[in-house]
Design a binder for this molecule. Structure first.
Ligand SMILES: Nc1ncnc2c1ncn2[C@@H]1O[C@H](COP(=O)(O)OP(=O)(O)OP(=O)(O)O)[C@@H](O)[C@H]1O
Length: 297
């Protein structure tokens, strides 16, 4: 199954251009859509989930015209929105059972099987009779995945699911997503680079409504490897280095600052070749320095 997005554009009534001729191919498996706040990720996710209209462009899910055949898309779609709210006073079991009825699972025995199975899959079986209001952020997000999986969707869209989760909950959530991702198309929108580095076989970076880069995260990291240089500087030295070099990231390291710069040749000034990571790819791309695969998305 492949999702083909062509020249998708959306301008809001206030004049903000959220998407500007976005073109992307999204194959089966886990796909990461990475971009800073305001990049246009949620707008794109909502259009793909048939919840919002675009101005122009086309989207095809294999043969299905996503912008036109909304009912067909909805039958094979699972969606976890960024602001997924739950009713605090009902239990996990009751709410999932309710969503299952809305999805058309009218046969009681069959519904019970599906709801039981999903609660086990997302590891909420033990707490199924507890009220959702008492759930942690991670538990709530896992519940969100359970409802997105109702009806056995082939396309799953999750919008910024790990924001606000603690590291342990994030790992748990990653494991859950990677299990699902094996035989479906999962689009994960996020501004957290490690979500994509840990999980996704393919990715795109979106910024100010434009797709800047796409490809395999490991290959992209490999491509940038020779251009990333590091050194430690003091707080006072930092502005000088920022003036003289293309600094793409700064990180505090026991009171001092580790900086990474992008340079196609040895930048001198005491820099050493650094081991590149997807974070370097991300920051260099956002800074307009790296566009290895632009145009091939
Ligand atoms: N309903 C709306 N009306 C006007 N502008 C909007 C609307 N929704 C989003 N925008 C603007 O469109 C741009 C893209 O927003 P969008 O929510 O798609 O980005 P995002 O990448 O998902 O960011 P975030 O992580 O902050 O949600 C932003 O500048 C945002 O302020």
């Amino acid at each position: 199954m492949e999702l083909k997005i062509r020249n998708l554009s959306k301008t809001y009534a206030n004049g903000v251009v959220a998407l500007d001729r976005v073109t992307l191919n999204i194959p089966a498996g886990m796909f990461g859509l990475l971009g800073p706040n305001g990049a246009g990720k949620s707008t794109l996710m909502r259009i793909l989930a048939t919840l919002q209209e675009c101005d122009s462009g086309s989207v095809f899910l294999d043969d299905i015209d996503v912008l036109d055949e909304k009912d067909a898309v909805r039958r094979m779609l699972g969606y976890l929105p960024q602001d997924f709210g739950v009713y605090p006073k009902v239990t996990a079991y009751e709410l999932l059972d309710h969503f299952a009825q809305l999805k058309g699972l009218s046969h009681k025995g069959r519904r019970r099987e599906v709801v039981d199975g999903l609660l086990q899959q997302v590891n909420l079986w033990e707490v199924r009779n507890q009220r959702l209001g008492g759930f942690s952020g991670g538990m709530r997000q896992r519940f969100g995945i359970a409802q997105a999986l109702l009806g056995d969707p082939r396309l799953i869209i999750v919008d910024e699911p790990t924001a606000g989760l603690d590291p342990q909950e994030r790992v748990r959530f990653h494991n859950l997503l990677s299990d699902i991702g094996e035989d479906k198309t999962v689009i994960l929108s996020t501004h957290i680079v490690s979500d994509v580095a840990d999980l996704c076989a393919n990715m795109a970076i979106i910024h100010k409504g434009h797709v800047l880069l796409c490809g395999d995260p490991q290959e992209l990291t490999y491509e940038i490897e020779d251009y990333i240089w590091a050194r430690i500087v003091t707080k006072q030295e930092l502005p000088m280095f920022q003036k003289r070099h293309q600094v793409i990231s700064t990180r505090l390291l026991t009171g001092r600052t580790l900086i990474h710069v992008y340079s196609e040749s040895d930048p001198g000034d005491g820099f050493e070749p650094a081991r590149a990571s997807l974070e370097d790819v991300y920051f260099a791309t956002i800074a307009g320095r790296f566009n290895a695969a632009a145009g091939d998305c």
